[in-house]
Design a protein around this ligand. Structure first.
Ligand SMILES: NC(=O)c1ccc[n+]([C@@H]2O[C@H](COP(=O)([O-])OP(=O)(O)OC[C@H]3O[C@@H](n4cnc5c(N)ncnc54)[C@H](O)[C@@H]3O)[C@@H](O)[C@H]2O)c1
Ligand SMILES: [Zn+2]
Length: 663
């Protein structure tokens, strides 16, 4: 292949990967591989400028606008960053700068948050627009989605006049990522790849109530506008903090290469203790007039560079594969590894996801495998070192029978996972279903935990959820570790659960694909269990957002006579199987918390309470970090002050609250 062809080939390949990464949020190669290809292209173009095209991926920011949102032109262009993969490259960058600017430069080192870039426009201190980076010249207008992110102030805390643009990164912390994936797995959906792609995908959802459920965070690092009251990057960060933005305190002012190197080395280790992912360190020239003097290349500022951390990979031996059975019967293969140190922790197990992945990797027992820790919590096997494959390496035959109950496994067409079909006899499935039933979002039986369930199950007292309501104090008291007080608490929380509304009971049944939201939608359309049991496939599919797959799953559940029998028992025990008249008029406020303060003029307190509850929100009585919205009437006092100080609470006028219900 000649040089020109190689340049074309690389450009095409990179364009394709940019599309998958930025538009679909589903990259198919690692960032490192991507960066290496980009670098190869860059080097070829430098050597053979005649073949370099102005449209090359080296010359442009990789994203683009989509058709789903209004396109907004950026007043100030949004750039990418040039990368350094070793400290030597950082030193070369410093040397180049010092050559043109002199040696007394100062730098700001910041964490490079791994999420999606955002530009926020404030007009006279009020949030007016949130726009994605897009292709750097124009982006998608996603203001309604941005408004759901609590760390983005709707109103700045410092008085500003005219337009102000604040730049930053929207990220999804690890806990939120795990929680979302746990929910997805319960619903039988493919888990998300990593926090970055999930954050970016979340911002581009059409339904902002869905976005509101994702615990996104915003970290800001740049402020642009006319006549701004600061001269350095360092002061800019402080300005953003005072204005009410989250600006992580890790940033540091550095005077020389040594201090920069210390900062990098520190965070290369300390990053593993952060609750969110960073993929590098950004080093910026501190003085803004010097930044302006240095200017930009086609793609990135000359005054900043991103030092990228090395992908965390290690080699180790695959000793065996075991299989875990979940609540839905899905069987997940887990790789047992020769223990190895990776990213500061000892790794003994890695995820292998499903049979297809095992086949794709052609991984064999005894192989030396590459294990990587990306954004995921559990490391994964990404490659096999064929050079080290022993002659007797054993091909992996995916389990044919359930490791817990020996039933032959089944796989539905088009699905990645194998299932154990022995729903009623397979212990992890039985226990898992009961755990789900008692969980907070379902029957909320605080005193009944996983250990208790296992204990009762082993004692033969608990084989399905209906058995819970038949538990007697005298049956459980003789069991190990069961004190009078805990037995009382257990019985009490079981009795209390009879008040839990129908949609939560329905969610608690654990019908496949019926999550919280689906359960609410079903109950809204079919407010009694009898109506739901009688509903045909067509009737179910006619309900808003209920598709073929969910409808089929609901039908199948109610076709099972054992389920009908169990529901009859639950009915007899007095559980709620009918929606209370006009309960949950909508779920617009979807579990967000509200507090009203000051003298209300548009509605009374009782009306306010009713509006919140009917729309799926909840009322709280004090201003804490858990509060989402404070609605202020006239002469609001200490609560407003406290909420403003916290900076995480959104402040609404009565009218804005009403508008929210209208939206
Ligand atoms: N795997 C793939 O297929 C694929 C495809 C395309 C891009 N990528 C990856 O995406 C990245 C390239 O994307 P990019 O152009 O957005 O570059 P980048 O993510 O490497 O750097 C630029 C971005 O960093 C962000 N950033 C985070 N913290 C910052 C801070 N403190 N100060 C300033 N900016 C900060 C900004 O939003 C900015 O837009 C590379 O890592 C590349 O590997 C991967
Ligand atoms: Zn089983």
């Amino acid at each position: 292949m000649n040089i020109e062809q190689r340049i074309q080939e690389l450009s095409q390949e990179l364009d394709e990967h940019n599309y998958k990464y930025y538009v679909l949020d589903q990259p198919s190669i690692s960032d490192y591989e991507f960066d290496m290809k980009l670098r190869e292209l860059q080097e070829l173009e430098e050597k053979y400028p005649a073949f370099a095209s102005p449209n090359s991926p080296t010359q442009r920011v990789g994203g683009s606008v989509t058709k789903n949102f209004r396109t907004i032109e950026h007043k100030y262009r949004m750039y990418s960053l040039s990368n350094a993969y070793s400290f030597e490259e950082v030193e070369e960058w410093i040397a180049r700068l010092e050559k043109s600017m002199g040696t007394n430069l100062t730098y700001v080192c910041e964490l490079k948050y791994d999420g999606a870039s955002i530009s926020l426009k404030y007009v006279d201190g009020n949030l007016a627009e949130g726009v994605t980076r897009g292709d750097g010249f124009q982006g998608d207008e996603i203001t309604t989605n941005v408004r759901t992110i609590r760390s983005i102030p709707l109103k700045l805390k410092t008085a500003t006049e005219g337009e102000l643009f604040v730049r930053g990164e929207i990220i999804l912390p690890f806990t939120g990522f795990q929680q979302l994936n746990a929910e997805r797995e319960e619903l039988g959906l493919e888990p998300f790849m990593n926090p970055r792609n999930t954050a970016s995908g979340s911002l581009k959802m059409q339904d902002s109530t869905e976005v509101a459920k994702r615990p996104l965070e915003a970290f800001m690092y740049g402020v642009l506008g006319d006549n701004l009251p600061f001269d350095t990057q360092w002061e800019m960060l402080e300005f953003a903090r005072k204005a009410g933005f989250k600006v992580p305190s890790a940033a540091q002012l550095c005077k020389n290469a040594q201090e920069i190197q210390d900062f990098i080395n520190h965070w290369d280790k300390a990053r593993h203790d952060l609750p969110y992912e960073i993929d590098g360190i950004v080093i910026k020239v501190n003085e803004i007039h010097q930044q302006n003097e240095l200017g930009y290349t086609a793609k990135s500022p000359r005054w900043a560079v991103a030092y990228k951390f090395k992908a965390e990979q290690v080699q180790t031996k695959l000793n065996s594969i075991t299989y875990q059975v979940g609540r839905t019967g899905a069987v997940t293969p887990v790789a047992n590894l020769e223990p190895v140190l990776l990213a500061g922790t000892t790794v003994k197990r890695a995820s292998l996801h499903n049979a297809d992945i095992i086949a794709q990797l052609d991984v064999r027992i005894g192989d030396t495998v590459m294990v990587e820790k990306g954004g995921e919590i559990i490391p994964k096997i990404v490659d096999v070192n064929l050079d080290l494959r022993p002659a007797d390496a054993e091909k992996v035959e995916f389990a044919k029978t359930c490791p817990e109950c020996d039933t032959p496994l089944e796989r539905a067409e088009g699905e990645a996972a194998f299932y154990c079909p022995n729903e009623d006899g397979c212990p992890p499935q039985i226990k898992g279903r009961i755990e789900h039933f008692v969980s907070r979002k379902a029957m909320d039986m605080e005193s009944v935990g996983a250990e208790t369930i296992a204990l009762f199950h082993e004692a033969g007292l608990l084989n399905d959820i209906a058995d819970l309501y038949d538990l007697k104090k005298e049956d459980i008291l003789p069991l190990d570790r069961m004190a009078e007080k805990s037995a009382n608490n257990i019985i009490e929380s079981i009795v209390k659960s009879k008040e839990i509304p129908f949609h939560k009971v329905l969610y608690g049944l654990g019908i496949r694909f019926v999550g919280e939201t689906v359960a609410k939608k079903l109950v809204k359309a079919l407010p009694t269990i009898d109506a739901l049991m009688k509903a045909s496939q067509e009737e179910l599919e006619a309900i808003d957002t209920i598709g073929v797959r969910i409808a089929e799953s609901v039908r199948k559940y109610f076709e099972n006579p054992e389920h009908i029998e169990m529901i009859q028992k639950l009915k007899d025990y007095g559980l709620q199987f009918e929606a209370v008249a006009d309960e949950n008029v909508s779920d617009k406020l979807n579990d967000q918390s509200f507090l009203f303060t000051g003298k209300l003029t548009e509605f009374t307190r009782d009306e306010a309470k009713e509006m919140v509850e009917k729309n799926g929100g909840k009322l709280v009585s004090s201003v804490t970090k858990k509060l989402n919205y404070l609605v202020v009437g006239e002469n609001a006092g200490s609560k407003l002050k406290k909420a403003t100080e916290l900076g995480t609470v959104k402040i609404l006028t009565e009218q804005q609250f009403l508008d929210m219900l209208q939206e």
